[in-house]
Design a protein around this ligand. Sequence first.
Ligand SMILES: [Zn+2]
Length: 167
Amino acid sequence: MLEEKLKIDKISKGTVIDHIDAGYALTILNLTGIDESKNLMTIGVNVSSKKYLTKDIIKIENVFLNETQMQQISILSPNATISLIENYKVIEKKKVELPQIIKKLILCVNQTCISNSEEPIDTEFLVLEEKPLKIQCIYCERIYKLEEIVFTSKEKKEKKVIQRLHL
Ligand SMILES: [Zn+2]
């Protein structure tokens, strides 16, 4: 019944992030900086789902996501769908897409990597496998799994915040 209730509990305007991998909703909120918003949010964790058994879902009033936030979500939950709501209706629905190369969003923790040199250059990671995620730094070729990734979160108050995943 919980899922039915969440479906009925529509928002008038904003964003619904659905089909988030179960357990990732809070990490997504924190990483994207959405958790700093003062708008009403409804978060469902471990909601039963026909397709994936359980999933997480986030509804945020009056907030639309930017490209960076959508890419961050695609890294954490490649099956997520994002619906834009206006006047209680879905005006656009899209699936997040994990890019083949992830730029800037992730740090390479290898201190000798050129991306950590005196004159820093933007990091670039090649996606080797989507699920489970496996990415490789194009400069030093170090390979990372999802739980080893360190994000740079520039959305948070313009400061460069470094975040490590705690799953
Ligand atoms: Zn590197």
